[in-house]
Design a binder for this molecule. Structure first.
Ligand code: NDP
Length: 301
């Protein structure tokens, strides 16, 4: 893979810094997006990777707090581990128990998760159709939790969760229903999920299947009704899940839009400025293409 743009676009003693904390960071696409936006807006800001070990995380956050840094993104595997290191965590992120963005306010380092809202924005015109709808969330990991909460607060009537380990789906659902008492839902195995497809307005694939080339789809979409929206959070490639959706002529989206919009929201937390979506989208498309794993950026995001 090519390195993120290292051309120091006006890096100087006056540069303002944003980092991404994670490990490994070699493949992160975020530096491409944010540095392109800073350049386009002629902002003297720089976004750089800060790869740390688990042992170094607490000290790294301490240093970010004490020096002149505007904020950070946090990615795998520290989205949860970083929470106890922060001065404050916004309400939804507290419930999720994870953050992907740190921003500074009056000497404090505050954590927030932009994944859920990023997901909703990525749906474009489909977002309005969520009210009163029902559907199936496949997977019950960290991303599923953020998406489930976002779907619940956008007015879906019923949300079912199917997971390889049904116990994990049950835990997620129990916590979600406690927070949203009017929501209906159930925890299913993947096989039960397949049988439920004909009752769904939408499907969200949030397992890590698809990250590797040749990964199968977690379930067969054969039973889905025409018009069911199928979203896959994987953004690296056209997954087996999406290929099936396309064969069945189901409207479908990849995870590129979510990646784009969660990044745009982070940008706005740090800078207080509206994110230049067109620039971010173009930079992300270039980064995906240069990794030779582009599935295209959906126009509707
Ligand atoms: P987690 O590790 O927290 O969760 C993984 C999920 O995948 C679990 O539900 C797990 O099931 C399931 N899973 C793993 N392997 C298999 C398998 N072989 N068969 C069936 N199910 C399986 O990961 P995240 O939630 O953080 O990420 C999940 C996906 O979402 C990743 O592909 C990630 O890239 C993507 N993502 C995309 C984002 C975007 O912006 N587009 C943002 C965040 C994540 P079990 O509980 O049984 O182990």
């Amino acid at each position: 893979m090519k390195s993120p743009p290292s051309r120091a676009h006006g890096v100087s003693g006056a540069s303002r810094l944003v980092f991404i904390l994670g490990n490994p960071l070699e493949h992160t696409l975020s530096p491409w997006m944010h540095n392109a936006a800073f350049r386009a807006l002629r902002m003297p800001w720089v976004y750089a990777p800060l790869e740390v070990t688990a042992d170094q995380l607490k000290n790294a956050v301490e240093i970010l707090r004490s020096i002149n840094v505007e904020g950070a993104n946090v990615t795998v595997p520290y989205k949860e581990k970083v929470v106890p290191c922060l001065d404050q965590v916004e309400r939804e992120a507290r419930w999720l128990g994870s953050v992907n963005t740190l921003y500074r306010r009056g000497g404090k380092l505050i954590g927030v998760s932009t994944d859920g809202e990023g997901f909703l924005r990525s749906l474009g015109p489909w977002r309005k159709k969520l009210t009163g709808s029902q559907g199936l969330l496949i997977g019950a990991g960290g991303a599923a939790k953020a998406v489930a909460e976002a779907l619940a607060r956008s007015g879906v009537q019923a949300l079912f969760v199917a997971n390889r380990s049904p116990g994990r789906a049950q835990i997620l659902l129990r916590r979600l229903l406690k927070r949203h008492p009017r929501l209906k839902g159930g925890a299913l195995s993947l096989l039960e999920g397949e049988r439920f497809l004909n009752r769904c307005d939408w499907l969200v694939q949030s397992t890590s299947l698809g990250l590797k080339a040749g990964d199968p789809s977690p379930l067969s979409l054969q039973g889905a009704q025409p018009g069911t929206l199928a979203v896959d959070l994987v953004y690296h490639r056209l997954t087996a899940f999406r290929k099936q959706a396309q064969r069945l002529h189901l409207p479908n989206l990849g995870g590129e839009g979510m990646l784009l919009h969660q990044g745009a929201l982070s940008f706005e937390y740090w800078t207080g400025r509206r994110a230049p979506l067109g620039i971010l989208r173009q930079a992300l498309a270039q980064a995906l293409a240069s990794n030779d794993r582009s599935a295209g950026i959906p126009d509707k995001s």
